[in-house]
Design a protein around this ligand. Structure first.
Ligand code: IVH
Length: 665
């Protein structure tokens, strides 16, 4: 292509890619498939390779393949990045509220409530609408230049909708589920675990090599703007938030305009009650005076503004005693020490066990049996021991050392080089076999409802199921022999097993639990090879040749399929009629929503918008952005928007999340 034509096409591609990136990562409403997006991206990269001088600062290619930096440069903040004053109780909040009104000498002002995101503060600098650089908070006056890592966050726009020059601030975070997944991957690879999503986000931004950040699911919510030029005149913080959205940023959807202290308290209680449903960690709410001229009038101390406060949630830490330390044997044979605790109430549930992760963590924290410890739990994250209260030691505590033999099968344990975990390498170890059954049936695997931990144990211990291949030989007669297994439960289980036979190949691959093969790798493999026998027979070079599949995964796959045990299991699955293909032949369920048009509104509990969209599309339906008389269904989650109202007006069928589940199942 001629250079001029290339320049035109590149401009077009940048626009298209940045636009679809916005739909996907900011609005969570993709309009094209991942494959179509990849195609655009590939074309851009190819053209830029031909004409490197046509690469612009807002080119999406800057997000991929950035080079490591030698060191972090210092960045002087234009306006100091302050912290926030904290309050912890209704009376402290009221005191703050009255102080603000007293200082201003007025009664009539409004407030904005925002969730306090538990992440890392960053500053983003845009010149004439183009992202120039970004920095950490540092000491408030000077931060570190982390542009190379921020570029990998797709929800940070490279080009704004207006050509303004401004500094924008926000909080970078990792969603909780992604954090758990990251830690599972790290555990499988024998790497040290992150204590919480915030540390994982911080660790990712403090990397010299942007390839590390690129692999971490970082995201951002922004909440402030310091305009330098071209910025629309704004008189209230609420307007700033709307303006930030218009510019293309992601603003937290739970921000709220409030008028008095009662509304503030309601807002706090509402957000607190929903805190664990949110896909990311928050540690309180931030309350800000809405009118910008009042903010100015109030000013700041050297540490924090006088017009804002963080109302923190109750601690999710508690003190209890370690009664014992046990070790757990995982699916891959990894041995995890677990503290058995005096039961303690923590973040709304009774906690009796807490993970100690591995021998290194155990040694670092110096936990002994009998110790008083601080335990921490957030949401559905596994509780963990934060630290020992050493001052409380009486001398009666007992040291714990990792066992040398597997507690389940009694075989010797090994610590492989480069790994932090001790492992039981016995393929016939009962604990591992039970864990494998649990994993096989789990949601990301074959999704066999009703088959959880206790049933898996029961099935194994009764001798009915020795490996996952035996699951499909279960019958009603065999099942009803089990304790606590009624006719109805047996039937339900058989039905769930039968249904699972039709799962696409990638789910089966995840379920089989090949080391290092998570959902993403499973999808890539299944899409490429199409069938299980093809994967089993694939030469290692062909597997490593796939994008995102490295030698470690490839060698693990080869190893897995070369084992006699695997071959026996696969034979059993085949005999049972389990689908080995990525696209099942019988597609009775597919097309159930053929040509139905959906509109999504509000937040769903069990799916992201993207997942719900994919599900609908998989069944032949489509998702559009706005409600019209052509809409068949409106799927309404929590906090639905005006679309719900519109649907009611037009008499369109409204589905709750549960209705939707039964519709697609
Ligand atoms: S306002 C000068 N809003 O909390 C105003 N901060 O403890 C300071 N944070 O450094 C920022 N969510 O990193 C604000 N909605 C929110 C926030 C938020 C999280 C962080 C921010 C700040 C820290 C202060």
């Amino acid at each position: 292509m001629e250079k001029e034509a290339a320049a035109r096409r590149l401009e077009e591609l940048r626009g298209e890619i940045n636009k679809h990136n916005y739909y996907y990562h900011v609005l969570d409403q993709p309009r094209i498939s991942d494959a179509e997006f990849d195609l655009l991206m590939r074309e851009l990269l190819q053209l830029e390779k031909l004409y490197p001088d046509l690469v612009t600062p807002d080119s999406p290619s800057r997000r991929v393949g950035g080079m490591p930096v030698a060191a972090f440069r210092q960045v002087q903040h234009i306006v100091p990045m302050l912290s926030l004053e904290n309050v912890f109780s209704p009376s402290e909040l009221r005191e703050f509220y009255l102080r603000v009104k007293r200082n201003l000498g007025i009664e009539d002002l409004s407030w904005v409530g925002e969730p306090k995101i538990d992440g890392l503060a960053v500053s983003l600098y845009y010149e004439e609408g183009t992202f120039q650089r970004g920095a950490t908070r540092g000491d408030g006056a000077t931060g570190e230049d982390i542009t190379h890592n921020l570029l990998t966050i797709w929800s940070i726009p490279l080009r704004l909708k207006e050509r303004i020059t401004a500094e924008i601030r926000g909080e970078v975070f990792i969603p909780r589920q992604d954090f758990l997944k990251l830690n599972r991957q790290r555990e499988a690879q024998g790497l040290s675990l992150f204590a919480n999503p915030r540390n994982a986000a911080a660790g990712s931004l403090r990397q010299l090599d942007p390839r590390v950040a690129a692999e971490r699911p970082l995201d951002i919510f922004v909440f402030s703007l310091n305009g330098i030029s071209g910025v629309k005149p704004l008189s209230a913080h609420w307007d700033t938030l709307q303006y930030l959205k218009e510019l293309g940023f992601k603003v937290n959807p739970l921000v709220s305009l409030l008028t008095d202290v009662e509304q503030i308290m309601d807002y706090y209680r509402n957000i607190e009650s929903r805190r664990h449903e949110l896909p990311y960690d928050i540690d309180g709410v931030v309350l800000k005076v809405n009118e910008l001229h009042y903010q100015q009038q109030l000013g700041s101390t050297s540490r924090a503004p006088r017009w804002a406060v963080a109302y923190k949630f109750m601690a999710e830490e508690a003190v209890t005693r370690v009664k014992d330390i046990e070790v757990n044997v995982g699916r891959t044979g990894a041995i995890t020490p677990v503290a058995i605790l005096e039961p303690v109430l923590l973040a709304g549930s009774v906690v009796k066990r807490a993970s100690l992760h591995n021998e290194d963590v155990l040694k670092e924290k110096e936990v002994m049996i009998g110790d008083e410890v601080v335990v921490h739990k957030a949401g559905d994250v596994i509780p963990e021991v934060v630290k020992v209260i050493k001052e409380k030691r009486t001398g009666q505590e007992r040291a714990f050392s990792m066992p040398q033999l597997c507690p389940s099968c009694g075989k010797g344990l090994q610590r492989l080089s480069g790994e932090v975990a001790w492992r039981c390498l016995n393929p016939a170890c009962p604990a591992q076999l039970i864990e494998r059954i649990i994993h096989f049936a789990s949601r990301n695997g074959m999704d066999i409802s009703g088959l959880g931990e206790s049933l898996a144990r029961q099935l194994y211990e009764s001798g009915l199921v020795k490996d996952v291949g035996d699951l499909y030989t279960l019958s009603r007669e065999k099942l009803v022999q089990l304790e606590r297994m009624g006719e109805k439960s047996a039937e339900n289980l058989l039905e769930a097993l039968d249904k699972s036979k039709g799962n696409p190949l990638h789910k089966l691959l995840v379920a089989l639990g090949v080391r290092f093969v998570g959902e993403r790798a499973a999808r890539i493999l299944a899409n490429h090879f199409k069938s299980l026998p093809a994967i089993a027979a694939a030469p290692e070079e062909e597997i490593t040749g796939l994008e995102e599949i490295g030698p470690k995964i490839a060698s693990s796959i080869k190893h897995f399929f070369s084992q006699e045990e695997t071959k026996r299991i696969i034979k059993k699955l085949e005999d049972a009629g389990v689908n080995f293909k990525e696209e099942p032949e019988k597609e009775e369920k597919k097309g159930a929503l053929e040509r139905c048009t959906f509109v999504l509104t509000g937040t769903l509990k069990d799916y992201t918008r993207r997942e719900a969209t994919l599900l609908i599309e998989a069944k032949g339906g489509k998702v559009t952005g706005s409600v019209s008389k052509n809409t068949d269904y409106v799927l309404a989650g929590e906090n639905p928007g005006s679309k719900l109202q519109k649907a009611r007006e037009l008499g369109i069928k409204i589905l709750t999340e549960d209705d939707f589940k039964s519709l697609i199942s």
